[in-house]
Design a protein around this ligand. Structure first.
Ligand code: SF4
Length: 355
C-alpha cells in the first residue's frame, strides 16, 4: 500500500481499513507525500475570521452537542440582527475577511430572515466573505419555505452568501439516526453539496469523530466525501476534529480521542482524500501545539482564528488563537505562513521577520 501512495495511486476503502494498524510515523510520511503531490509550496494558510453562533435554540438536540440550550450548559439565547451586524463590523475593523454564521434549527430562523441579514451585511461590507449556514440549516430553511434546496441556496446566493460550511459530523446513516436524527440525512447533505456546485459555490468537508463509531464507519465517511468530490469538486478543504463529549449525552459512554488518534485519522484522511487540496490541522479542539505537529502529518492549512466560537467552548474546551499565534505555529513547523481568503486564495505571504 505504501508503494501505491508513493506512486500517487488512489487507495481503496479496504486498504484504508488496513491503515488502522500502521505506525504513526509511517502514516505521517505517507500523508506528507500525498500532500506534496497536491501542494508543494511549503506554505500553510490561515484566515482571519469570526464565528458567529447566532443562537443555541435548536430543535435538533444532537446527543454529542453541549451547545444547544436543552443541554443546560449555555442559557438559551438568540442574537438580534443588530448584534450580528455589530459583530461583523467589529470583525472587519480587526482585519477579519470572513464571517462564519451558524446557529440552531428553530422556526424563528427562516429563509427570509437569513436573506435579509445577509443582504444587510453584504451591502455594508461587500468584500466580507460569508461562509454561512450548515447543510442542516439550509435543509431546514428549504423545508419551512416549501421549496427545493437548490432554490433555497440560489436565494441565499443572490442575497450575498458566498459558501457553506460542511458541518458533516459523520456521514453514516445508522450513526446519524442514533446521535443526530433531527439533522439532515446523508442524502440531504450530499444533495446540498451537489446543488452548491451547480450554483458555482464551494463548501468544506468536515468529520467529527470519537462518538462511539467504528474505524470502518470513519472510512465510510471519508468515502462519501471522496465520491462527492470526484463528482462535483465542491470541497475546498477537509477538516476533522474529535468530538468533545464533556457536558453532552455521550459523556461517560465514549473515551475522548487523544492527540495520537487524531493525528492518525488526519493522516489517513490526507491519504484517502487524494482529490482535496487543503487539509486543516484542527487547532480548535486539539490546541495550537497539536495543530503544529499536525503540519507534519499532511495538513497544509491551520484554518481560521474563529473569534468568539461558542459550540466547542460549551463542551469546556477553551482554545484561542490570534493571527500572530497562527503564524508562529506555521513557522515552528518549518513552513511559510500564508494569510488567505475564503476561496483559499493568497492575501499575503509572511517571512519570518514579518510574522
Ligand atoms: S450540533 Fe448543531 S444541530 Fe445539533 S444540537 Fe448542536 S446546534 Fe443543534
Amino acid at each position: 500500500m505504501e508503494k501505491k501512495i508513493f506512486s500517487a495511486e488512489r487507495i481503496g476503502a479496504d486498504e484504508a481499513l488496513a491503515m488502522e494498524g500502521m505506525g504513526l510515523f509511517a502514516l505521517a510520511r505517507a500523508a506528507n507525500e500525498r500532500m506534496l503531490r497536491l501542494d508543494s509550496s511549503g506554505e500553510v494558510g490561515y484566515i482571519v475570521n469570526r464565528m458567529i453562533n447566532y443562537s443555541n435554540i435548536c430543535k435538533a438536540q444532537c446527543k454529542f452537542c453541549a451547545y444547544h440550550a436543552k443541554a443546560g450548559r449555555v442559557a438559551p439565547f438568540r442574537m438580534s440582527d443588530d448584534e450580528i451586524f455589530a459583530l461583523c463590523a467589529d470583525a472587519v475593523g480587526r482585519g477579519g475577511v470572513q464571517i462564519m454564521l451558524q446557529g440552531g434549527l428553530h422556526r424563528d430562523f427562516t429563509l427570509p430572515w437569513a436573506e435579509n441579514l445577509i443582504r444587510r451585511v453584504k451591502t455594508a461590507f461587500p468584500k466580507l466573505w460569508l461562509h454561512a449556514f450548515s447543510p442542516s440549516e439550509i435543509v431546514w430553511f428549504a423545508r419551512e419555505e416549501n421549496i427545493s434546496v437548490e432554490k433555497c441556496l440560489e436565494r441565499l446566493q443572490n442575497a450575498g452568501m458566498d459558501s457553506v460550511p460542511g458541518a458533516a459530523d459523520l456521514l453514516v446513516p445508522e450513526i446519524r439516526r442514533e446521535l443526530c436524527g433531527n439533522k439532515c440525512t446523508v442524502e440531504e447533505w450530499t444533495g446540498v453539496m451537489r446543488a452548491l456546485r451547480k450554483l458555482g459555490m464551494y463548501s468544506s468537508a468536515t468529520m467529527t469523530f470519537g462518538m462511539g463509531e467504528s474505524f470502518r464507519d470513519r472510512i465510510e465517511h471519508l468515502d462519501v466525501v471522496r465520491r462527492v468530490q470526484d463528482e462535483t469538486g465542491v470541497f475546498k478543504a477537509f477538516i476533522a476534529w474529535p468530538v468533545s463529549p464533556e457536558n453532552t449525552q455521550i459523556e461517560g459512554k465514549v473515551d475522548r480521542v487523544g492527540a495520537p488518534e487524531f493525528l492518525k485519522m488526519l493522516s489517513i484522511a490526507r491519504i484517502y482524500l487524494d482529490n482535496i487540496k487543503y487539509i486543516q490541522s484542527g487547532w480548535l479542539t486539539e490546541g495550537l501545539k497539536v495543530a503544529e505537529i499536525a503540519l507534519g502529518f499532511g495538513a497544509n492549512d491551520v484554518g481560521g482564528v474563529l473569534m468568539d466560537e461558542m459550540v466547542v467552548r460549551a463542551a469546556g474546551i477553551d482554545n484561542r488563537a490570534t493571527p500572530s499565534n497562527m503564524r508562529r505555529v506555521i513557522l515552528n513547523a518549518g513552513k511559510t505562513p500564508r494569510e488567505r481568503g475564503g476561496l483559499y486564495e493568497t492575501i499575503k505571504i509572511f517571512n519570518r521577520e514579518e510574522a
